[in-house]
Each structure stands twice: as C-alpha cells, then as structure tokens.
Write a protein that binds this ligand. Structure first.
Ligand SMILES: [Fe+2]
Ligand SMILES: [Fe+2]
Length: 469
C-alpha cells in the first residue's frame, strides 16, 4: 500500500504585502482565494498531513500568490517543516514566476507594483529539494523549469512543468512530450503505477465553456498518447475545482485525472490517493479549522469567502451604498456609477434576493408563452429561495459535491429547462446570427454544464474506487 496526499493552488500571500486597507479589501473581495489567511490555512493543512499516514505529499503548483519572493520564502519554510515528516514533491507554475509581471502590494487605497518576483530558473534552484533532487532524469523546458521523474516503491512519479507548449499557451513541445512518454513506457515495462503531476488540465472537467482556457494545448492528441502509453493518474490543479475525471482513448485505454481544488479557497481540499494491490482509492478530505491572528475558524470561513464573491456585491446592493459603489466602480476604470441610482438598485436587488423559484418560474413562463419551465416542477418547490439554489450549484462547481438528482426531481427538471432556453429560443427567433454554428455550440455547452452539475458523471468527485489495470 502506498498513500499520496495532494494539495494544489496554495497561492500563499505574505501578510507583509498588505495593510488591510481599501485597496486590499477590493482585491480580496474580488477573488475566490483567501489571501491574508492563506498562511494559516496552509499551516492547518500541513499539520494534518504531517500527522497522517501518507507516504508522500505532492503540491500541484501555484504555491505563491503571484510569484513574489517574500511569498515563496514563507511558503518554502512551511514545506521544509512538512518535509521533516513527509517526503514532499512540488511543481511550480505560472503564478509562481508571475507570468503577468505585475506583482502587487497594497497600502491604504494604493497599489504598488514594485514587489520582487522569482524567475523560472531561480524557482528550479529554490524548490530543488522538493522533487528534482530525487529524480533519476529531468527535462529542462524553454522557460528553464525542470520536469522530473522519480522511482518510488512500485510507483513512477513524473512532475511536469507545462507552462510552455512550444506553440504558445500551456502544454509541451514535441521533444518534451517524447521525454514524458519515454518515462511512462519505461515505468510500464517495469510494472509500475504511473502518476503524472502537472498544473494545467489535460481533460476539461465540466465543459469547454468553463475549462477550455485551463487545459493544455493539443489536449486530445496528448490525452490519447498518455492513455495508450499506460498512465494511471494525472494530478492537476489550476481550475480551483475539485473533480475526478476518467479519460478513455479510442483504443480503450484509460487514465484518471484528479483535479485538486484550491487549498486557499472553498473547499480547501486535501486529496488522498491510496494504491493497493488491486485497486486505487481516491478520497477528498479537507482542512478542519485554522487559526488566523489568534482566532480559530472552521472551514466554513473559506466557503463564506467564496460565496461572498457572488453575494458580496448583492448584499452591499441591498443596504450598504458606500461599499456597493466602491465595489462596482472598482470593476473597471471606466465605471463611475452615480450614487443617485442606488435607491432603485437597492430595491431591485432586494426583490431579486427575496425571489422564490415560483416567482422566477412565472416570469420565465410569461416571457416564453408558457414554454420556459415545467410548471409542475416549479410548483413543487415554489417557496424555495432562488438565490439559495443558485449558490448551492455555484459552490458545487468548486467542491465537486454536485448532487445527483433524480431525473424526476423538480430541481433537475427546472435547471435542464432553463439551460435549454437559449437553444430553444434561437430556433424560433428570426435572427440569423443565432443560427450560427459557433453560437449553437455555446448553447449546447450550457446544457452540458447544467447536466454535469445536476447529474454528475462518474467517477464520484468525493470518493472513488478504481480497479487497477
Ligand atoms: Fe491557481
Ligand atoms: Fe494556475
């Protein structure tokens, strides 16, 4: 038996980079990630992992907020402590070498872009003790990052940097990919389990509309080759969504992609993969609690923060004029919403927040001549608050907890009906543009998202047992 604990997207943010003023407030309220609290969350996760029975810890990239030297220094200190108890492998990725070159610090209502960052070759040296030094072979890619392969007990671990594909975007040039396949084939010839870790997705989880920009280039070609070469697991991060997905090639060979959600945001997962003689078990665990500035918080804290990304502006829209204008006007430099409209906006937001499924259904059916949503289904949950249903589905995008509704369940029927509305309307409207293939494809993807979030495909995102090949 061999057990691996995985975390991803730590996005450690040093508290030295912000004073909690207005500029920081606007930054953190527009992000799913908990920034100032990230150090405390990482400590909590590492303590739990250090006390567990796992044999190896792997971290799937985005260790730092935006590649800041100070963030890397602090997070590596935590890793050094963890590595005293558990062997720890990492890969680094775009947020670790600051691909946008705009690392920021926040003082009062001002943002300063003068924070020193690290380059990919510097990071390679910096994190060498966490994987590369255990490797029997490495490949250095065009940004100077190392992909590395390690032989463990019956397991071949291949940590990859996928930040450059050769044709732009995330992925691998052909030479790099050939190196990967060589390691996989060698491991399979030795009867080993092959585990790859990269940052970006190989397989989109929910739909291309949501994950399309998060997958590597030439994803189908690469997935086919990896499955046929015999890869068992691909651990990825980046999407901040917890998902387990199986990819099966045209030749019938499969691998499982474990997309580990972000540690610094809801649901703060620690994912465990147990390798037994005849099966693999994937279990999603989480941090229990964390202590930030002497105050203990449960995991709900990160959930509330993620909810606030959606609800914060609405709540301010109901009864906090100053906060509402601050948030809205910070979305874009060109925005300058006048406070005189606040009363009207506040009324509308209050109406929306109180809206029941029954009322929303009636409005949709009024606008669509009774053909929008199934009346019987709406009636069954007519008193339910609409926003609460939307929030539950929204959270499940991040935590993979999407409930499998029965096809007769009113929630399933209503979501399916609403998701199919754009496609249905486009058929009857005499607008040529709506008939275009590109738009129709988007409409189909909207329906796929609805299906995946109310009738998720297997394997289960929280607990899965997979037979060994
Ligand atoms: Fe990330
Ligand atoms: Fe990322």
């Amino acid at each position: 038996m061999f057990k691996i604990s995985m975390v991803a997207d730590l996005h450690h943010f040093s508290e030295t980079l912000a004073d909690g003023g207005q500029a920081y407030h606007l930054r953190e309220s527009s992000d799913q990630k908990c920034l100032m609290e990230s150090g405390a969350i990482i400590d909590s996760a590492f303590e739990k992992i250090a006390a567990s029975d796992c044999d190896l810890v792997v971290i799937a990239g985005d260790m730092s907020n935006d590649g800041e030297v100070v963030c890397h220094n602090e997070v590596r200190e935590k890793m050094i402590k963890l590595a005293q108890k558990k062997k720890t492998f990492v890969i680094f990725s775009t947020h670790d070498w600051c691909c946008d070159g705009h690392s920021r610090r926040y003082e009062g209502d001002q943002i300063f872009y003068d924070v020193p960052t690290m380059t990919a070759p510097e990071l390679r040296e910096f994190y060498k003790d966490f994987g590369e030094n255990d490797a029997y072979d490495t490949y250095i890619n065009e940004i100077g990052a190392a992909s590395y392969a390690v032989k463990l007990d019956g397991v071949r671990f291949i940590g990859l940097n996928d930040d450059k594909s050769g044709t732009g975007g995330a992925g691998y040039c052909d030479e790099h990919f050939e190196w990967i396949l060589r390691q996989v084939k060698d491991a399979k010839a030795n009867g080993e389990v092959v585990i790859i870790m990269e940052h970006h997705l190989v397989v989109p989880n929910i739909s291309l509309l949501i994950n399309g920009g998060q997958v590597i280039k030439e994803r189908i070609e690469r997935s086919e080759a990896l499955a046929d070469a015999g890869v068992d697991f691909i651990i990825v991060g980046h999407s901040h969504m917890q998902r387990t997905t199986t990819y099966t090639s045209a030749n019938g060979n499969s691998f499982t992609q474990i997309n580990v959600g972000a540690l610094c945001g809801h649901p703060s997962p620690i994912v465990n993969l147990t390798i037994d003689e005849d099966e693999f078990t994937i279990d999603v665990d989480h941090i229990d609690k964390f202590t930030y500035h002497g105050v203990e918080h449960t995991r709900e804290y990160t959930t509330e923060h993620t909810k606030d990304l959606l609800l914060g502006i609405l709540k301010a829209g109901m009864n906090d004029k100053e906060e509402f204008l601050l948030r809205v006007n910070s979305i874009d430099q060109n925005f300058n919403l006048d406070g005189k409209y606040y009363k009207l906006i506040s009324k509308l937001v209050k109406y929306l927040m109180k809206m029941t499924v029954g009322k929303a259904g009636r409005i949709i059916n009024f606008l669509t001549f009774g053909k929008g949503v199934n009346r019987k289904a709406v009636k069954q949950i007519k008193k339910d608050n609409l926003v609460e249903h939307i929030i539950n589905i929204y959270l499940s995008v991040f935590d993979g907890s999407a409930k499998k509704y029965d096809v007769t369940d009113p929630v399933y029927i209503i979501v399916k009906d609403v998701a199919s509305l754009p496609a249905r309307i486009s058929k009857v409207l005499p607008v040529k543009a709506l008939k275009k293939e590109k738009i129709q494809k988007i409409f189909v993807q909207i329906q796929e998202i609805a299906e995946e979030l109310t009738n998720p495909s297997l394997p289960d995102n929280q607990h899965a047992v997979i037979k060994r090949k």
